[in-house]
Design a binder for this molecule. Sequence first.
Ligand code: E4P
Length: 218
Amino acid sequence: MKFFIDTANLAQIKEANDLGILDGVTTNPSLMAKEGIVGEAAVMQHYLDICNIVNGDVSAEVIATDFEGMVAEGEKLAALHENIVVKVPMIKDGIKAISYFTSKGIRTNCTLIFSAGQALLAAKAGATYVSPFVGRLDDISYDGMELIAQISQLFSIQGYQTQILAASIRNPVHIVKSAQFGAHVITSPLPSILALLKHPLTDSGLAQFLADHKKANS
Ligand code: E4P
């Protein structure tokens, strides 16, 4: 399973990349705004900065919600760097745009997926990735992981090449269960990735090893 980081924060992207486990980055308009990246020139430069840190796919989301607007924005984004994946919302014109991008060889990530039917339609249009939002489903008392399992089964039965990118990850259990239920990729904020490192028995075990070594060597 690939690990993407879900942020536009360059320091956090570098920190995850330095671990040697990072396969890509996802951003969205909210994450870009959080970093204070405003205006087309700044946005484009920021995507380039991200691409220069990580050797992997970088999802850049279109702002337009009409077909022509999405195509114009997406083509500009795709031309920016070979690692850019155009992120398109799961709406009618979005599916039309994904079909267009697929025919032009431009890779896409269909975002805001909350049902298996939406994932099916995006895969049919040729999306490179579909992004089911597990955390936001859990937030409203639906089972986000159940959706990952359902899409995984459906794609495998139908032989779709579209990759399941589990998004809206809130904790390390989401990451482990995404792997278990067949996601090809997770995109997570840095704290949930780092939380995978933690176990109290690792900490106490290491402390004991170091104490025994010190005692034996003093
Ligand atoms: C990633 O592609 C999504 O935009 C992101 O995971 C959404 O996460 P959130 O629900 O924490 O905002």
